[in-house]
Design a protein around this ligand. Structure first.
Ligand code: HEC
Ligand code: HEC
Ligand code: HEC
Ligand code: HEC
Ligand code: HEC
Length: 409
């Protein structure tokens, strides 16, 4: 066996080894110090020093030390965030850095921290006392703190980078039409009303069945989405944003319309969708008088009026959820499909079919509507065709009299 040679540089070995040794010692110290700086004991000592400096040593004795938690029995949450975030209820640290900063007053005036803790609003892992674990995202913890860093990593287009927090607000406030302090969610709720999403989706037990029930869509795990067509981040949030901008991009055969949403609208809607979770809180933690989401009296009155007019059939049958029939005074709030006053003419140019053929052998959205949401017998289909002809006749009559009026001037 060949004998291993001695080092060719015997005299240089020692200094090199010594240098490496010293480096190791230094880096260990640096790591220990930086680790200590992340420790809750460090933050507590620092906060005590800040209070002493500002209000004197006597006041500083009021700063608690040791592990602290808020135990919210009703929600079975033990939030230890205040172990580090000691300045929450103190005045005078409004401009301090985290975790020493005074909390904005409004939210915790209406939601006292003894009753609400921290994580119901912020997310995060209440039990943890290490910064990374407390704020998430970490393995086995699905609810990271929804703060500014999260907003930035999701490229939130809103001016308020911390707005994702509002998803948690809406877990409790889902039945509010509007919630003060949750503008992103308010905007999305308005879009859901204006665009008539309920024509196809049940939300809070009201709506159509062409698309899936969205009441608890936020409980769906990211793994349940097909992310294969997504570029960039593969999160449920990113999936929804892409889907809202163009449903066909992620679900090629969907009949969900492309509403032409821009990034801001799509992100607001994505946040709203993810907020529709089963609330892990008792009923009396959920505001909203009736805890339902009824139509407004105006909406009910409008519907009632249309039900007795000449377009009553379209209202009673439910076509008006998606279609106006302006010739018969039927106005759809959502207007997801075209005005049916001219359908007799339009099915020909749009689908190359007579209206009879279209109703009997529908394609596109109407094939889903007539198979799942409004199932008509052959007789009822004949009535539908008849009604469409009547609407068209009325439309032509109105057009003729309008032209007559115009030419008489
Ligand atoms: C170990 C100490 C520690 C604990 C425990 C802790 N934090 Fe923090 N927190 C910090 C520090 C330090 C910062 C500032 C640096 C940073 O963002 O990591 C911070 C920042 C924050 C921010 C602002 C960050 C952003 O992205 O907007 C929020 C919100 C927050 N913490 C909430 C919480 C909540 C809620 C809990 C309890 C679940 C909690 N923290 C527990 C130390 C802590
Ligand atoms: C009712 C909901 C609610 C509760 C409960 C609540 N917060 Fe907040 N918190 C807010 C809101 C709203 C803001 C302002 C966020 C913003 O302006 O972006 C905020 C801001 C903060 C910030 C500053 C974040 C930043 O980016 O400036 C920290 C840190 C924080 N809260 C920690 C806590 C801790 C710790 C608790 C528990 C003791 C707590 N919060 C309880 C709603 C709440
Ligand atoms: C754990 C459930 C819960 C969470 C999370 C929550 N709230 Fe509330 N909120 C309530 C309850 C309960 C009330 C009291 C309602 C009442 O008195 O009818 C309330 C009251 C309010 C009020 C006052 C309403 C009024 O009538 O004056 C506002 C505004 C509000 N919340 C906004 C928010 C915002 C913004 C957030 C998120 C930062 C939030 N809430 C998070 C449950 C919650
Ligand atoms: C013409 C019917 C129709 C309308 C109107 C419609 N959708 Fe959909 N939606 C669907 C169908 C069908 C699907 C299932 C296929 C898919 O994912 O695109 C769907 C899927 C969805 C999903 C994914 C659900 C899941 O389980 O992951 C969300 C979220 C959604 N729609 C939200 C909305 C919102 C918000 C609106 C209003 C802005 C809306 N939809 C309007 C038909 C519709
Ligand atoms: C959930 C929404 C929805 C409902 C409810 C609905 N439609 Fe439609 N309908 C559409 C959409 C969207 C189109 C446009 C075609 C497409 O996208 O495939 C359409 C197209 C049509 C057309 C072709 C019109 C044209 O101008 O080309 C007719 C006719 C029609 N629908 C009749 C009806 C009748 C009758 C009812 C009630 C029995 C009804 N629809 C209910 C969504 C709906």
């Amino acid at each position: 066996m060949e004998k291993r040679t001695d080092s060719p540089y015997p005299r240089r070995d020692l200094p090199v080894l010594t240098a490496i040794g010293i480096l190791l010692v230094i880096s260990t110290i640096v790591f220990a110090v930086s680790d200590h700086r992340k420790d809750w004991r460090y933050y507590q000592a620092e906060f005590k020093r800040m209070v002493t400096e500002k209000y004197g040593a006597e006041k500083a004795t009021l700063v608690p030390s040791g592990m602290k938690q808020i135990w919210v029995a009703d929600m079975r949450r033990a939030d230890r965030c205040i172990t580090c975030h000691q300045g929450v209820l103190w005045k005078g640290f409004e401009t301090a850095d985290h975790p020493y900063k005074t909390h904005p007053v409004d939210p915790i005036r209406t939601h006292p921290i003894e009753k609400f803790g921290c994580t119901a609003c912020h997310g995060g892992q209440g039990y943890a006392v290490q910064s990374e674990e407390a704020h998430g995202p970490v393995r086995f913890w699905e609810e990271p703190v929804l703060g500014k860093s999260m907003g930035e990593s999701y490229s939130l287009a809103s001016d308020d980078k911390g707005a994702l927090l509002q998803m948690n607000c809406n877990v409790c406030h889902r039945f509010d039409r509007e919630t003060k302090g949750a503008d992103l969610i308010n905007h999305a709720k308005k879009l859901v009303r204006d665009k008539g999403c309920r024509a196809c989706h049940v939300v809070n037990s009201r709506g159509g069945t062409i698309g899936p029930d969205l009441t608890f869509v936020g409980d769906k795990a990211a793994e349940q989405y097909d992310m294969s067509r997504l570029g960039g981040q593969k999160t449920a949030f990113a999936w929804h944003v892409t889907h809202f901008k163009n449903p066909k991009e992620v679900v090629p055969d969907t009949v969900m319309p492309n509403f032409g949403f821009g990034t801001k609208d799509a992100q607001a809607l994505a946040a709203l969708m993810l907020s529709w979770r089963r609330a892990p809180v008792p009923v009396d933690y959920r505001p909203g008088v009736a805890r339902t989401d009824p139509q407004t009296p105006e909406e009910v009155a409008e519907e009632q009026k249309m039900k007795t007019g000449p377009g009553a059939w379209f209202v009673k049958t439910g076509c008006f959820i998606c279609h106006s029939v302006s010739a018969l005074g039927v106005k759809s709030a959502a207007q997801i499909g075209p005005d049916l006053s001219t359908a007799v003419e339009d099915t020909q140019s749009r689908f190359g079919k007579t209206v009879d053929d279209f109703i009997k052998n529908p394609t596109g959205t109407m094939s889903v509507v007539l198979a799942r949401q409004i199932v008509l017998t052959d007789q009822e289909k004949d009535v539908a065709i008849q009604k469409l002809r009547e609407a068209y006749a009325e439309h032509q009559k109105q057009k003729a009299s309008n032209t007559a009026v115009a030419s008489s001037h």
